[in-house]
Design a protein. Structure first.
Length: 383
C-alpha cells in the first residue's frame, strides 16, 4: 500500500487526542474555566479535551504512583490547547478563514475512502476508539482550519522552495541511506505481560505476587497454545493465511490487510520478530511461533530488500513535507507566544496549573507521544 497514504491516515488519527470524547467525571470548578479576550472556555469543552488526552495516554495503564503527576500535566496541556485553539479560531473568524462541509467530505474521499484498505482501517479505528464519524469530522475540520490558518498567516515564512529541498538533500546525503528492510505478514496473538497482570489483579486485588506470576504464566501458556493451533492450520494450508489473519490477528491495522505489515526497516521492529523474519527466505513461513514483547506471531516473509541509497527523486516529497511541517510549527509557536503576550486571559482558580505553563502544548507545541498513538503528523497545507 502507498506509504504516503498510510502516514497520512496515521497522522490524522493521531490528532484525535485534540477533540471528541468525555472525561471520567467532573474535574471540579464552575461552568467557566477561562476567558480569552472575552471568549469563554467552558467546563464542557475542558472536560471533553481532558478526556481525549486521558484516552490517548492510556491513563488506566499508568502506575498509581505516577497518575497524580500525569493528571497535573494533562490539565496543563488541556488548558494550553484550548487557549491556543480559541486564539486561532478568533483570528480565523476575523480574517474569513474557514473550512466547509464540502472540504471535509472531499478530503475524506480523496485521502481515505478512495483506498479500500485505508477505508477499512478507518472503520477499525472508529470502532476501537468508540468514536462516531462525526467526531472524526470535527477533528479533521479543526486540522484543516489550522493548516489554512498557518498558510494564510505564515505567508512566505512557511513556504519551502525547490532549492531548499535540494540543498537539504545534498547536505544530508547520509540520512537517506535506507537500511535493510523486510516485507512480511503476520498474525498476532496478543500477550503483553503488564496488561495480563493488570487484568488478573482486577479480578483479584488481593492476589499474592507468587500467585500473580502463576496466573500470568498460565494465561500466556493458553495464548501460546492458541497461536500454535493457528500455525498448524496455516502450515497445513498456507493459502488461508490472509483469511485467518483477518479473523484472528489482534493487530487490527494489519489484520484488515490479511496481516500485511508492508516493508519494515531494520531497527524499527521488535528484535525477536526481526531475527525470525531475517532468517526466513522470501515467500516462506517461519517454522514456528515467534514470541515478542507484544505476544505470539506467525510470520510469513514476502520479500527482503538490501540496504540502498535513496535518490533525490525518491526523497524530495518527504523532505518538502518535513520542512513544511517544521516551518509551520515554528511560525505557529512564535505567533502563539506573541498573541498570548498581549491577550487578556483569565483562568478560574480551580483550573490554574500547579506548574508554569509549557510552551503552546497540543497544537504547535511539544507534546510527548501518547501511548499507542501514531507519531507521524497529518500532511500540512493539503485541503
Amino acid at each position: 500500500m502507498n506509504k504516503t497514504k498510510v502516514s497520512l491516515l496515521a497522522g490524522m488519527l493521531a490528532v484525535t487526542v485534540l477533540v471528541s470524547g468525555c472525561a471520567k467525571g467532573g474535574l471540579g470548578g464552575g461552568q467557566k474555566v477561562a476567558t480569552v479576550n472575552g471568549t469563554t472556555i467552558t467546563k464542557a469543552e475542558y472536560d471533553k479535551t481532558y478526556g481525549d488526552f486521558e484516552k490517548s495516554f492510556h491513563v488506566e495503564n499508568v502506575p498509581e504512583a505516577q497518575k497524580s503527576v500525569l493528571d497535573d500535566y494533562l490539565k496543563q496541556m488541556t488548558l494550553n490547547k484550548l487557549i491556543l485553539q480559541t486564539l486561532i479560531n478568533t483570528e480565523a473568524s476575523k480574517t474569513g478563514i474557514k473550512v466547509t462541509d464540502a472540504e471535509v467530505k472531499e478530503y475524506k474521499e480523496a485521502k481515505i475512502f478512495n483506498d479500500p484498505t485505508l477505508k477499512e482501517q478507518f472503520k477499525t479505528f472508529l470502532s476501537q476508539n468508540k468514536m462516531q464519524e462525526s467526531d472524526f469530522d470535527a477533528m479533521l475540520r479543526e486540522n484543516l482550519l489550522l493548516n489554512k490558518f498557518m498558510e494564510a498567516k505564515g505567508g512566505q515564512a512557511v513556504q519551502v522552495s525547490d532549492s531548499e529541498v535540494k540543498n537539504f538533500y545534498d547536505k544530508n546525503v547520509d540520512q537517506f541511506k535506507v537500511p535493510e528492510s523486510i516485507h512480511a505478514k503476520h498474525i498476532l496473538v496478543k500477550a503483553i505481560e503488564p496488561q495480563i497482570k493488570q487484568e488478573v489483579r482486577k479480578g483479584n486485588e488481593k492476589i499474592s505476587d507468587a500467585d500473580l506470576e502463576k496466573s500470568v504464566a498460565a494465561k500466556k501458556q493458553d495464548l501460546k497454545a492458541k497461536a500454535d493451533k493457528l500455525f498448524t492450520e496455516i502450515k497445513a494450508n498456507p493459502a488461508q493465511f490472509e483469511e485467518l489473519a483477518k479473523k484472528n490477528s489482534e493487530d487490527p491495522m494489519s489484520a484488515v490487510k490479511g496481516g500485511d505489515l508492508g516493508y519494515m526497516p531494520q531497527g524499527t521492529v521488535d528484535p525477536a520478530f526481526w531475527a525470525a523474519a531475517d532468517k526466513t527466505p522470501k515467500g516462506q513461513l517461519y517454522p514456528g511461533v515467534v514470541a515478542s514483547q507484544f505476544g505470539y506471531h506467525i510470520i510469513k516473509v514476502l520479500d527482503h530488500k538490501a540496504p540502498h541509497q535513496q535518490t533525490f527523486a525518491e526523497a524530495k516529497d518527504n523532505i518538502r513535507e518535513q520542512m513544511s511541517q517544521q516551518k509551520k510549527q515554528a511560525f505557529l509557536q512564535q505567533w502563539a507566544q506573541q498573541q498570548r503576550s498581549v491577550a487578556k486571559i483569565d483562568v478560574e482558580k480551580a483550573y490554574q496549573p500547579k506548574e508554569p505553563e509549557a510552551e503552546a502544548q497540543g497544537q504547535g507545541g511539544v507534546m510527548p507521544t501518547p501511548q499507542g498513538a501514531a507519531a507521524p503528523q497529518p500532511e500540512a497545507g493539503k485541503h
